[in-house]
Design a protein. Sequence first.
Length: 131
Amino acid sequence: MALPFSGNLVPTSSPLTLFNGPRLEGKPTVIVHAQTTVPATQTYAFTVPIEKRPGEFRYRAVADIPPLAGGYGAVTKIAVTIGRRYSAGGKQRSYVAARCSDHILRSHGAFTFANGLTIEGVGLEKYCAQR
């Protein structure tokens, strides 16, 4: 039984941490971890498979976000910053590597909500230089 919305919003936020996950049906995955403390401490962890595809947007990751706050919570904003850098074999590396032969790095996002509404579009177009 769903409770009627009382109009009392309780905003909270959490950084997402991504870890390399185990392969699932031969495909790489990432494990997403988040923790909120409002209105109570809750930890979320779920696996997101990464699929390689042909075309301009070569990789696709589909994340099914688990119910938040017992099913009463909702994601209202997502902001992404990927900045993990490390050294391997004497070279600087990043978790994300991309090629941009036309010097423009593009990404695409689509979000589908429980009621069936889908919002999608190009999320980033940024100049990039080839190495």
